[in-house]
Write a protein that binds this ligand. Structure first.
Ligand SMILES: C[S@@+](CC[C@H](N)C(=O)[O-])C[C@H]1O[C@@H](n2cnc3c(N)ncnc32)[C@H](O)[C@@H]1O
Length: 256
């Protein structure tokens, strides 16, 4: 079976269109998974996918890299804390925020920490976090993290909001409570509207150029007037105006 036929068949079994992801990477990861599970070939992989929900989960986890950390790219979070959030909350009574490929929650919880530090009550914002992978959302709801995810957390913040257990840290329930997690596939599902700040970080890197453009259009359409899109450090828009956006600082783009 050709890889292109395999990809088409996969999308009829699980709700993921692999053709939106960069081909070489997808092929490499699937071949790894096939070897790891002694499946011989694509037919074997499809058969296992049809038979086993557990394997479907493993397949999805293998395709989506979940790496995340608190305060990833600290300069950007500093700008959010010192400039963008104060402006936004001065202008609006209720602010809508969405972490669009949230992984294990580090990103959304970083925002919750910053808002707490700014003294902004959770009644003044809605903080949604979504991801395609249900197992990583379960982890996010637990709020337990290893050293690796915490290496950029300032010491005072670590001692204020985390409790050290054996070999991990538990995040304070007060920080976790404002974040609502749910499953959302950026490629297929529709997005909420009138959002003031969207974080879509370190996920575009896996998609083809066409898919990236389609998603950027969808994200821009979901922003409120003057809303802000916050991308990953290596993900910049060459022509932001094509999406009704303008660059305002590093990885931040504002709706025109
Ligand atoms: C590398 S993590 C980035 C996490 C976080 N945004 C950050 O920058 O630290 C990429 C996340 O994108 C998610 N993802 C991949 N494809 C997706 C899709 N089609 N829809 C929603 N999330 C997706 C993965 O499950 C993974 O959790």
């Amino acid at each position: 079976m050709k890889f292109s036929d395999f990809k088409n068949k996969v999308s009829t079994i699980i709700n993921v269109d692999l053709s939106s992801y960069k081909e070489q990477r997808v092929e490499r990861r699937i071949n790894n998974l096939i070897a790891k599970n002694n499946l011989k070939n694509y037919e074997g992989c499809l058969k296992r996918l049809k038979e086993s929900k557990e394997f479907q989960r493993e397949f999805l986890e293998h395709m989506t890299i979940n790496t995340s950390e608190f305060f990833r790219n600290p300069m950007n979070y500093k700008h959010l804390q010192e400039v963008l959030f104060p402006k936004l909350f001065a202008k609006k009574q209720k602010v809508k925020i969405w972490s669009a490929a949230s992984s294990n929650g580090c990103e959304a919880y970083t925002l919750s920490i910053i808002l707490k530090e700014l003294g902004i009550s959770p009644s003044r914002y809605q903080l949604k976090a979504t991801d395609i992978d249900p197992s990583i959302l379960e982890e996010a709801r637990e709020g337990t993290y290893s050293n690796n995810a915490l290496k950029r957390v300032p010491k005072d913040i670590l001692s204020k909001y985390f409790t050290k257990k054996d070999n991990y840290y538990q995040l304070d329930k007060k920080i976790m409570a404002p974040v609502e997690f749910s499953k959302l596939n950026l490629l297929k599902d529709s997005y909420d509207k009138n959002i003031d700040l969207i974080l879509c970080r370190n996920v575009f890197i896996y998609f083809t150029k066409e898919t990236k453009e389609q998603l950027t259009t969808k994200l821009s359409n979901s922003l409120a007037k003057d809303g802000i899109l916050f991308l990953g450090n290596t993900e910049y828009l060459l022509q932001p105006e094509k999406f009704n956006l303008k660059k305002i600082y590093n990885s931040f783009y504002q709706k025109i």
